[in-house]
Design a protein around this ligand. Structure first.
Ligand SMILES: Nc1ncnc2c1ncn2[C@@H]1O[C@H](COP(=O)(O)OP(=O)(O)OP(=O)(O)O)[C@@H](O)[C@H]1O
Length: 289
């Protein structure tokens, strides 16, 4: 068993402005630069308490990082902070070279366009075809256009290739609402890839899926991380899935990073403190199964 400890920062602060600087990290795979660098991040909504406090996070190309933590520990807020949707109280967030605290006009849109997002409820437009849903991932690239007829043949070719990659090209003309949950999540992943993202955030992408589909979707995401070199940050509520499908695990507890290590150095007992009750140190069974 590996005793978890409060994680130390993965590197020092980086200068304001300009692209993210490389910092030494115990989790650094090879010599790659981090695509995401979060340092000493604190977030509070309005006048409420801090929901993230002193969070450090690096995400490198080709890795799938699992985010674990009890409900309310701050997983979604950490993801939102990477796309400018969380109110940063202090600290720094750098994504793809942008310092989110010091963006110039229009840059937030560029940051968001460079981040593919996958959600628990898939967030497809059910009455539109599978192909059109994937094409919407190119809206940033294509500009304001008619959803039905405005995409180029190159866009359509790429969307079909992506549907083929995720294994559902044969459903391209079907309404998205006619697909199973697992199939809809594949469409959502193809849509995210249509953006040509530099980073993928997947917020509980398998929470609505059965175990077999969960494994398939996580395999798909990890394959994308490895083959396309895109870092994938995935929040999960099931420890065994995180242990099986991630390269690294970040464990949040009450908005702080309690565990941050390579998955190969972790096991379930090392992760249990993430879910421990405040009063008795017992496990929260709801989060462990
Ligand atoms: N828009 C908001 N306004 C005020 N408080 C918020 C807002 N969003 C989240 N919070 C609070 O921030 C804390 C962290 O919430 P967050 O959704 O990030 O946790 P989580 O770990 O993703 O939870 P879950 O696993 O249930 O999705 C919670 O106390 C939540 O109530």
């Amino acid at each position: 068993m590996i005793a978890p400890a409060k994680a130390s920062p993965a590197g020092g602060p980086t200068p304001a402005g300009g692209p993210a600087q490389h910092t030494q990290s115990t989790h650094e795979p090879g010599n790659a630069l981090p695509l995401v660098s979060v340092r000493d991040l604190a977030v509070a909504y309005g006048t409420g308490p801090l929901v993230l406090d002193g969070v450090d996070l690096d995400l490198f190309p080709r890795e799938m990082v699992a985010l674990l933590g009890s409900s309310g520990s701050g997983k979604s807020t950490l993801m939102k902070s990477l796309t400018g949707f969380a109110p940063i109280s202090s600290g720094s967030v750098r994504v793809a070279g942008y310092d989110l605290a010091n963006l110039r006009r229009g840059q937030l849109r560029d940051v968001r366009a460079s981040v593919g997002q996958v959600f628990q409820q898939f967030n497809l437009v059910g009455r539109l075809s599978v192909l059109t849903n994937v094409l919407t991932g190119a809206l940033h690239d294509a500009g304001p256009i008619n959803l039905v007829g405005g995409f180029t043949s190159a866009h359509r070719k790429r969307a079909l290739e992506l549907l083929d990659r995720v294994g559902i090209a044969h459903k391209a003309k079907d309404d998205a609402r006619s697909l199973s949950g697992g199939q809809q999540q594949r469409v959502a992943i193809a849509r995210a890839l249509m953006q040509q993202p530099k980073l993928i955030l997947a917020d509980e992408p398998v929470a609505s899926l059965d175990p077999k589909m969960s494994h398939q979707v996580l395999d798909l995401l990890r394959g994308i991380a490895r083959e396309d070199g895109i870092p994938v940050l995935v929040s999960l509520h099931v420890m065994p899935l995180a242990l099986e499908h991630s390269d690294r695990i970040i464990g949040l507890r009450h908005g702080e990073v309690l565990v941050s290590d390579s998955t190969e150095r972790l096991d379930e007992s090392a992760l249990e403190p993430i879910y421990a009750h405040d009063d008795e140190g017992a496990s929260d069974d709801d989060d462990l199964v």
